[in-house]
Design a protein around this ligand. Structure first.
Ligand code: AGP
Length: 624
């Protein structure tokens, strides 16, 4: 997830763009840049690897006078490590067209090959740069004798070349472009990534969200997928990608800019809980079909042959990422592959005992967790190949792994991990599907069904999150409790652990996650009358056993909240229910964790805890 801004008007373009980027830094902050065009058709490009403050200093030391339009970008890398060359805006060969982009161009490798064959020279590793070179080709194809034409005559040419460029793109994009020869027109388009227009007096704005320009105007127009905007100082026209003019209503935003950064949510954690469908969608985008083929080879060098060659998998991580490892272990075992999972800080001795041909899978949102990095180094010293799943491009872990699979969740600001966890699960399900298909554990039809089921998850996530009000009420009823138990079985046992961790780290209360089958081996002794016990019990082969465990807990006085689906609700006798949409048992962890995240959030809210920055915790633990 990145932040884009754009401006056209008489005021200080560079200041407005940079100030907007500062308000969008929560969307990405590994590199940033602006490009502005002055009245003499001169384009200025300023980019840094680092935060917007560094860009501000660079521009202050080298001011641009008289710019009347421009675009800005703050990056959360998806393709190409953080660097000045990979920072947006990106330009064409001639350095006259500039583009900023938020999203993923799925077909960028094909487009890049064709453009390079046509003589285009690329300066970055990003997917975005193909847009600028495509535009250059379209302008040439329209036989633009730019020197001979006045700027306003060039506007229809700029517009048509932009439209044709959009037609070649596949994937998700919010983009904005300026062309040095046409400083009076800024173009913007939206497909699966947010883009909003700010309407001012004699000036207009575009941005990924309203926080970028809210101090200048609260009158906004939200673009929909498949719509583009032609933005001039004196007004904005809207079109479909096919070029049909459309009318758009403006709305007046009531938020202040702090609320806007959180998208109107009270905390980043709640905002990120609601970004999980998008995080899963973006992580799966363009990587799923055909399962077991060579689709991951192009991106990360993992061939079907290699997937067939590994004898077993060894997952390692810390905290929430370790819970993702446990889901991964169960999932790969489900496909007949031997798999283990260890907390990274406990893995060291085991690193030397791994069987030959083991693939170590290290999972880390930050890619900087010291325990995980140390365990990876031990594993490599033991001769293992390492595949990492991380949300942070260019992080240390990516430089130490043999294969890198990025989750595309955008920056996770809340210390308690939510969307990064769902992104990790999406990456694990993606990998497991490819491994199973490559190793003949999923037939063609089964692989297609598996992919179809996985692609339904984002919608089921949205449906599950609609239960938020009832979950909030249940959480508030338990907000005075000092002890919580979370139980489940099989693939949902890690979800019980994750639910316990969430409530511990943001509400500071004692909570334990347990395999339900273990309760009678001791822990059941701690149950007291009214003790909150959350039982994750979706339909599946462990349901009857789970129903029995709930009975045993209730008989000792536990106050049971059951996370069920409509069918399993009939079997489990709880005091309260949170009923989720039906999903194939294999995929339930991606849904059952959602109510536990919300439960933890609303208990912490009731206890007035510092939810985004819980005491004693760091977002990335870079010490052992
Ligand atoms: C998650 O809610 C925690 N904040 C923490 O356990 C985290 O998952 C753990 O520190 C691992 O971080 P990583 O994914 O960046 O390696």
């Amino acid at each position: 997830m990145c932040g884009i801004t754009g401006y056209i008007g008489e005021n200080k373009t560079t200041d407005i763009l940079i100030d907007g980027l500062k308000r969008l830094e929560y969307r990405g902050y590994d590199s940033c840049g602006i490009a502005v065009v002055d009245g003499k058709n001169k384009l200025y490009l300023r980019r840094v690897s680092g935060r917007v403050d560094a860009l501000d200093k660079l521009v202050a030391g080298d001011p641009v006078k008289g710019a009347q339009s421009g675009v800005g970008h703050t990056r959360w890398a998806t393709h190409g490590a953080p660097s000045e060359d990979n920072a947006h805006p990106h330009t064409d060969c001639a350095g006259e067209v500039v583009v900023v982009h938020n999203g993923i161009i799925e077909n960028y490798l094909d487009l890049k090959e064709k453009l390079q064959a046509g003589g285009h020279k690329f300066k970055s590793e990003t997917d975005t740069e193909v847009i600028a070179h495509l535009m250059e080709d379209k302008l040439k194809a329209l036989h633009v004798q730019a020197a001979a034409m006045r700027a306003e005559m060039l506007e229809p040419v700029f517009f048509e070349a932009f439209r044709r460029t959009l037609a070649d793109l596949k994937g998700s994009f919010a983009i904005s472009m300026v062309w040095a020869r046409c400083p009076g027109l800024l173009l913007a388009a939206r497909m699966h990534s947010p883009l909003v227009i700010g309407l001012g007096k004699g000036e207009n704005f575009i941005a990924s969200d309203v926080s970028a320009f809210l101090k200048h105007t609260k009158k906004v127009v939200f673009l929909n997928d498949g719509e583009l905007a032609a933005v001039r100082m004196d007004g904005v026209d809207y079109y479909t990608f096919a070029g049909k003019k459309t009318a758009k209503d403006s709305v007046t935003i009531q938020w202040d800019s702090t609320m806007a950064e959180k998208g109107g949510y009270k905390h980043f954690m709640l905002k990120e809980i609601h970004e999980q469908a998008e995080a899963v969608e973006n992580t799966l985008r363009g990587r799923l079909l055909p399962l077991g083929g060579e689709i991951l080879k192009a991106e990360m060098g993992l061939s079907a042959e290699a997937m067939k060659g590994f004898s077993s998998l060894q997952f390692i991580a810390c905290g929430t990422a370790y819970h993702a490892c446990l889901v991964g272990r169960g999932l790969f075992e489900n496909f007949g592959l031997v798999a283990s999972a260890d907390v990274a800080s406990e893995f060291t001795d085991r690193a030397k005992l791994m069987a030959r041909g083991t693939l170590v899978v290290a999972i880390s949102q930050s890619g900087e967790t010291a325990d995980t990095l140390f365990a990876v180094r031990e594993a490599k010293a033991g001769g293992a190949k390492v595949l990492c799943i991380t949300n942070t491009v260019g992080s240390t872990l990516t430089r130490e792994a043999d294969y890198v699979l990025y989750t595309h969740c955008g920056p996770e600001i809340g210390v308690a991990s939510t969307k990064a966890f769902l992104g990790q699960l999406a990456a694990i399900y993606l990998l497991a599907g490819h491994f199973a298909a490559a190793r003949g554990r999923l037939s063609g039809a089964e692989a297609r069904r598996y992919a179809e089921d996985l692609l339904k998850i984002p919608r089921l996530i949205e449906e599950t999150l609609e239960k938020e009000p009832e979950i909030a009420k249940i959480a508030e009823a338990f907000s005075a409790s000092e002890h919580f138990l979370f139980i489940s079985r099989h693939l949902n046992y890690p979800i019980a652990l994750e639910g316990a961790l969430k409530i511990k780290e943001i509400s500071y209360v004692h909570a334990e996650g347990y395999p339900a089958g273990e309760m009678k081996h001791g822990p059941i002794a701690i149950i007291y009358k009214g003790m909150p016990l959350l039982a994750v019990a979706p339909s599946g082969r462990t349901l009857d056993l789970m129903a029995g465990n709930v009975e045993e807990a209730k008989a000792r006085g536990a106050d049971v909240v059951a996370i069920v689906d409509a069918a399993s609700r009939k079997t489990v006798k709880a005091s309260r229910y949170i009923t989720l949409p039906e999903a194939p048992e294999l995929f339930t962890p991606m849904l059952t964790v959602l109510p536990l995240q919300l439960f933890a959030y609303y208990v912490a809210l009731a206890k007035k805890c510092d939810i985004d920055k819980p005491r004693n915790l760091a977002k990335s633990v870079t010490v052992r």
